[in-house]
Design a binder for this molecule. Structure first.
Ligand SMILES: [Zn+2]
Length: 237
């Protein structure tokens, strides 16, 4: 009786162990077979979660994140139109973002001291005006949108709509206004040497993949708001 009891105690745990081992190995095999599917499911889930976070209605931060995925149209990044209360008129027909005004005017004064006469050709442009420029000139020049986009931004995609972009001319060489030849003027040479001190940066350099070289077009990056606006562009260029 005593011995039987011992045997039973010995047998039962061993039987249980064998059963458990079999079950583990079946489970392992199943996992091995289904692991690629599980991996696929997890990847799809993670991607969907990521997309939902970007599209969530959480204000500016996520709006910026969304832009990062939005990419360009014909090489141009999307830009919002500046709120009207942040626009200031600095001379007839030239409006700019209030953050940029002082620095821009100071730069023109400093240039004058060096005998350089900067002309402001174009500052803020509304999306409506950009619409006219893009579509009217496109048809006049008999160009397709992609060709036109090399020299002009589609509406909603121009740095000029932010109020932080400015086109310069040289008062002594007006024939170079909006021309690549502007790069040979004293004004351009002065800008290349000094503009960074006033937080201006050349937007479309010679090696740009999509957009033609625009030596006259500069943008302001001297405030947090301006840096936020151009964050995506700086990240990719
Ligand atoms: Zn411009």
């Amino acid at each position: 009786m005593e011995q039987n009891k011992d045997l039973n105690q010995f047998d039962i745990p061993q039987a249980k162990r064998i059963y458990l081992n079999n079950s583990n190995s079946i489970l392992f095999k199943k996992l091995l077979i289904f692991s690629p599917f599980l991996f696929l499911l997890l990847t799809i889930f993670a991607l969907r979660l990521n997309r939902n976070i970007d599209r969530g209605p959480f204000g500016n931060f996520n709006f910026q994140a969304q832009i990062i995925h939005d990419h360009r149209i014909l090489g141009h990044l999307p830009y919002n139109e500046i709120p009207k209360d942040k626009l200031v008129l600095i001379e007839p027909n030239i409006e700019v973002h209030i953050d940029m005004r002082d620095s821009l005017l100071k730069m023109r004064e400093e240039a004058k001291k060096d005998g350089i006469y900067l002309v402001f050709l174009s500052g803020y442009r509304s999306i409506n005006l950009q619409n006219e420029i893009f579509y009217s000139l496109k048809s006049i020049r008999n160009q397709e949108a992609a060709e036109r986009a090399r020299v002009s931004a589609p509406p909603g995609y121009s740095e000029h709509s932010t109020g932080f972009a400015i086109d310069f001319g040289d008062a002594t060489q007006r024939e170079t206004d909006f021309e690549t030849e502007f790069e040979n003027t004293d004004a351009f040479r002065w800008l290349m040497k000094n503009a960074a001190k006033f937080h201006f940066k050349l937007s479309f350099k010679k090696n740009n993949e999509y957009i033609d070289y625009e030596p006259w077009h500069w943008r302001y990056e001297g405030s947090i708001e301006a840096l936020k606006v151009f964050e995506n562009s700086n990240r990719k260029s």
